[in-house]
Design a protein around this ligand. Structure first.
Ligand SMILES: Cc1cc2nc3c(=O)[nH]c(=O)nc-3n(C[C@H](O)[C@H](O)[C@H](O)COP(=O)(O)O)c2cc1C
Length: 411
């Protein structure tokens, strides 16, 4: 769909990513859109209104009270003019103000008065992005219908590495196009990198779900794993263009289309399947939760209940990651482990990362909202010699998008 005559209000706030916006405005103008730019005072420190006026072909509004006459209620006119508002870059400050109903300058007043959709493209330092108040503000705005383009991960102007970079102008342009194609669902709930085929030509092996170790023909030892995280990873990996093999323990999850499914039951079967498939893959993601103990012997018939003290002798199952990483070299496929910890999570995950020679580990800490059966999760990704990346509470699908975005860069 063309952007011809679409009215796009670009709100610029005070971040270094302002330098990308003239490219976006030029692309929008080339697509025959009409563009009005409103800048905060802080934004004008990064790029001049003259530049934005020249590329947009329209006067640039900054101050609330700077008009020559006060007849016009410029904030209302601007809010009624736009078909959509794109706030890019969106500072933590601006997001916080809108979330709090503050309108103390022209841009925030226009947004307060606006009845059309507003899309924020946050851009900020990784700590500002991960700040719990920033995340709370974003969650609150999403809940009432504001749309967001998630920032990407990478090197930052402040010399940090992490999430907080504004996507490139061509990505913002695609978002505007998607918006007018009524593809708003993807904006509201999903990370923008989901649209990129970042795993094209990659073979990804994912394990999911629990394993079961029989005690007797009717009873077994297992765990609470639902397989939801592994299945979400598999589904997103397919969408990102990967050739996916999913090795799954018993779950009731729907199998995603376009992947190879290998069903296993016991930890030994899981080990054998992983050993066979690992040689053919670029990356193994061990999201399964194998039972790590099993009865030393499986009773041939159902054990009868009696009044005496009953005991089952147990033994450990094989540690799959330890087994697979035994002969790992720098040229081997990457291995991403998962750690589920209830206590000392970070320390235990770091130890597992090192001891098992993993390329990355995803730390899960179960809570009410991140339990096995839950559709949401909150994780921390640890990569050797890098700062930990915390992914706040989100759907398992969105968590998968974020994780695979980072993992794709390791391959
Ligand atoms: C060099 C420099 C770069 C900055 N970059 C950002 C940024 O990328 N994101 C952000 O949220 N704030 C950034 N800030 C801080 C904001 O400019 C500051 O919070 C300001 O009050 C934002 O005002 P505004 O939201 O009204 O534009 C930066 C400040 C400086 C001096």
């Amino acid at each position: 769909m063309s952007l011809s005559k679409k009215k796009i209000l670009i709100g610029m706030t005070g971040g270094i990513a302002c330098y990308k916006i003239p490219y976006l405005v030029r692309a929008l103008k080339k697509a025959d859109a009409e563009v009005m730019v409103v800048m905060t005072e802080a934004a004008t420190k990064f790029i001049t209104p003259l530049t934005m006026e020249t590329v947009s072909g329209n006067p640039v509004a900054v101050g609330m009270f700077e008009g020559k006459t006060y007849i016009a209620t410029r904030h209302i006119d601007l809010s009624e003019w736009a078909d959509v508002n794109l706030i890019a870059p969106a500072t933590a400050n601006c997001i916080g103000k809108i979330a709090s109903g503050i309108s103390d300058d022209l841009l925030t007043t226009v947004l307060c008065a606006s009845t059309t959709h507003t899309i924020f493209s946050p851009a900020m330092n990784v700590h500002m992005w991960e700040n719990k108040i920033t995340q709370r503000n974003i969650a609150m705005l999403k809940e009432v219908g504001y749309l967001f383009i998630d920032p990407t991960e990478g090197d930052m102007a402040c010399n940090h590495y992490g999430v907080g970079r504004m996507p490139e102008p061509e990505d913002l342009f695609s978002v505007i196009q998607a918006y007018f194609n009524k593809n708003r669902q993807s904006l509201k709930n999903e990370h923008s990198s989901a649209k990129k085929k970042s795993l094209k030509n990659k073979k990804i092996l994912i394990t999911a779900g629990p394993t079961k170790e029989q005690i007797d023909p009717v009873r077994f030892i297992s765990n609470n794993s639902s397989g939801k995280m592994g299945y979400a990873l598999a589904s997103v990996a397919v969408e990102l263009g990967a050739e996916v093999t999913l090795i799954s323990g018993p779950t009731s999850e729907e199998v995603p289309a376009n992947l190879k499914l290998i069903q296993i039951k016991t930890t030994d079967e899981l080990l054998k399947a992983v050993q066979k498939e690992y040689k053919k893959t670029d990356c193994l993601i061990m999201a399964a939760a194998p039972a790590d103990i099993r009865p030393s012997q499986i009773a041939k018939s159902k054990i009868k209940k009696d009044n005496q003290k009953m005991e089952i002798a147990l033994e450990p199952t094989t540690d799959i990651l330890k087994e697979i990483t035994k002969n790992k070299t720098v040229n081997s496929a990457k291995i991403i482990g998962f750690a589920l910890e209830t206590d000392n999570g970070l320390a235990n995950a770091k130890k597992k990362l090192k001891d098992k020679k993993l390329d990355a580990i995803v730390l899960n800490q179960p809570s009410e909202k991140t339990a096995f059966e839950s559709d949401t999760n909150e994780v921390t990704l640890l990569i050797p010699k890098r700062k930990a990346v915390h992914i706040p509470l989100d759907t398992k699908r969105n968590i998968s998008i974020r994780l695979l975005d980072i993992i794709s860069k390791l391959l």
